[in-house]
Write a protein that binds this ligand. Structure first.
Ligand SMILES: C[S@@+](CC[C@H](N)C(=O)[O-])C[C@H]1O[C@@H](n2cnc3c(N)ncnc32)[C@H](O)[C@@H]1O
Length: 244
């Protein structure tokens, strides 16, 4: 069943952007980002996602809700335990973290970090609109202290780092006692870093999974899917998880 709170959120975010953009403009941006995702993911820098109202709208009203659905289904399948304080790395619009916090209900809080200022404003709006106790801050994920946090999420952002940054981040993550969830798309071409991270997580007692779900899509996502000739009746992804 579709979560009514999430359905209302997608309705609110799409209406917000539709006040200033035509549906067709957002659709074109969805298709442009889809090209980047499929063909040139390695070049998908934050500026390419967040520069321009159309792309921002496509990300906030379409891609981020798809990420929410994937993360929510993954954490349900993994039966992740409740936590008090979640750090979301590369939070973008903050929605993926909100999917995980649903398992911890009211007591938990989120701190979202992103390097792009547009992402921070959008994440603050997401937390407020969903009634989640969250704050977003503009900071490079390599500059973050994990002390005092018992859950760490990195959804669709590790691929954007350089090899050396990824190496430093992995070492820092493995030193924490927090539960850690990494979510990425199923890559068509091999991402060498994934096998390194996968081996490190398995070695630390974690797990690696690939997922395929058939979610009920909120109306705006289904309409956009059809208009953009994309197909998210099935959504796929892969994850690494450490229980901490
Ligand atoms: C594809 S978006 C994913 C956003 C969000 N996690 C989601 O699943 O919807 C990747 C995000 O990572 C952020 N990012 C990239 N490199 C970063 C870094 N070094 N530190 C913090 N954020 C970063 C980008 O600005 C962007 O918002």
């Amino acid at each position: 069943m579709l979560d009514p709170k999430f359905e209302q959120f997608v309705d609110a975010v799409s209406k917000r952007y539709l006040q200033e953009l035509q549906f067709a403009e957002i659709r074109r941006a969805v298709q442009a980002l889809s090209q980047w995702y499929v063909q040139k993911r390695a070049d998908l820098t934050p500026d390419k996602v967040f520069t321009g109202r159309g792309k921002r709208a496509a990300f906030a009203a379409y891609y981020a809700p798809l990420h929410y659905l994937l993360v929510r289904m993954i954490v349900e399948q993994l039966q992740t335990p409740a936590f008090k304080s979640l750090v979301e790395l590369g939070c973008g619009t903050g929605l993926a973290g909100c999917a995980w916090i649903e398992r911890s209900k009211a007591a938990a809080k989120i701190t979202g970090y992103d390097i792009h200022p547009a992402a921070i404003a959008e994440a603050e709006w997401t937390y407020k609109t969903l009634g989640i106790y969250g704050r977003a801050q503009q900071r490079d994920m390599l500059q973050i202290s994990f002390a005092g946090h018992d859950a760490i999420l990195a959804a669709f952002c590790i691929n954007e780092l350089s090899d050396s940054a990824r190496e430093k981040l992995l070492a820092a993550l493995l030193k924490t006692q927090a539960q850690i969830l990494i979510v990425e798309p199923i890559a068509k071409s091999t991402a060498p870093w994934w096998s390194i991270w996968e081996a490190a997580f398995l070695n630390a007692g974690g797990r690696s999974d690939t997922w395929r779900f058939r979610p009920i899509l909120p109306e705006f996502l289904a309409k956009m899917d059809k208009a953009a000739k994309l197909d998210h009746r099935e959504i796929k992804g892969r994850s690494l998880y450490l229980k901490g």
